[in-house]
Design a binder for this molecule. Structure first.
Ligand SMILES: Nc1nc2c(c(=O)[nH]1)N[C@@H](CN(C=O)c1ccc(C(=O)N[C@@H](CCC(=O)O)C(=O)O)cc1)CN2
Length: 299
């Protein structure tokens, strides 16, 4: 049986460090890190994530502001709000929860965020820094950054000689994940829906990252014995065994079968998910340190 990588525990460690860094900053006269979280509409999952982000920010001692906008908010109003947050010196991080309603151009909204406040790491400046090997000075997207901390716990910081396969090529997870693994000296392959014989490719991976959004797609016999498996998927599926109308969360990996073969594996829930929120706090406190002219803290 494989090691279960406890994302909840690692996330709690990150949050504890953020609390200490926040207290140290205030004690040195640097004020409070400020995080603005913006949500448009009433997507139930987004509401849960945003509430958790705002609550964790308060627990960390941040100046935490939430803007909850109606689903029919116009793009121009959202852009105006972002402009105001960009100009507000009390705000060090701006997060616009995705997905946005269909009538709003998400790309335009994200690119309006000032790169030095882009704690989601989605602006061209931060994407470009990561892609050109400048991850040290970039804000790195929270889910891949958190996944790397989990991989480090199992494999260390230097992944030289290891093959990594990332299944999924999204801008939020797949591509930044591939860049981070490359920066850690892995040999990286990015697979996607058009990849041929995905199972055979996955079996070459010492580090297998599944970020494809398809429930339990990665089977146990896709996993190389001893591999580190990082499951980024969060899929809610019907669970009639729990009663009528009940659901449960599963990842992109068929956990039971994969856990028999892997060396280490993240569960869903309790793996990568909690790291996403913890790394948002880490990026925000880092932003406040940089504004205060201090060295960027490490995690
Ligand atoms: N602007 C952004 N939008 C979105 C991001 C993001 O990083 N930035 N990521 C996702 C959603 N997300 C955070 O926003 C997120 C997803 C999942 C979790 C989490 O802790 N999941 C738990 C299970 C939660 C449950 O019971 O439903 C787990 O995996 O253990 C946190 C944050 C899309 N949007």
């Amino acid at each position: 049986m494989s090691e279960v990588i406890d994302g909840k525990k690692r996330a709690a460690e990150v949050v504890e460090r953020v609390k200490t860094l926040t207290a140290d900053l205030a004690a040195g006269g640097g004020g409070k890190p400020g995080l603005a979280v913006v949500i448009v509409g009433e997507d139930p999952a987004s509401q849960v994530y945003v509430a958790s982000k705002s609550r964790t920010a308060k627990e960390c001692g941040f100046h935490s502001v939430q803007h909850t906008l109606a689903a029919d908010t116009g793009e121009a109003d959202l852009l105006k709000l972002i402009g105001e947050l960009n100009a507000d010196p009390a705000i060090h991080g701006i997060l616009v929860q995705l997905p946005l309603p269909g009538h709003i151009d998400s790309g335009k909204v994200i690119q309006t965020i000032a790169p030095e406040k882009d704690v989601d790491g989605f602006t061209f400046v931060n994407v470009g820094k990561l892609g050109t090997g400048e991850a040290e000075t970039a804000f790195v997207p929270c889910t891949p950054a958190g996944s790397m901390l989990l991989i480090e716990r199992v494999r260390g910081k230097d992944l030289s000689g290891l093959n990594a396969v990332v299944i999924g090529r999204s801008n939020i997870v797949g591509k930044p994940m591939a860049n981070l693994l490359l920066a850690a000296n892995c040999t990286v392959t990015v697979a996607h829906s058009r990849t041929r014989d995905l199972a055979a490719l996955a079996r070459t991976a010492d580090i297998l990252v599944a970020a494809v959004g398809r429930p339990e797609m990665v089977k146990g016999d896709w996993v190389k014995p001893g591999a580190t498996v990082i499951d980024v998927g969060i899929n809610r599926i019907a669970a009639p065994e729990r009663g009528e109308g009940k659901t449960r969360l599963v990842g992109d990996v068929a956990y039971a079968g994969a856990a028999e073969v892997a060396g280490a594996i993240t569960p869903v829930p309790g793996g990568v998910g909690p790291m996403t929120i913890a790394m948002l706090m880490a990026n925000t406190v880092a932003s406040a340190y940089l504004v205060a002219g201090l060295a960027r803290p490490e995690f």
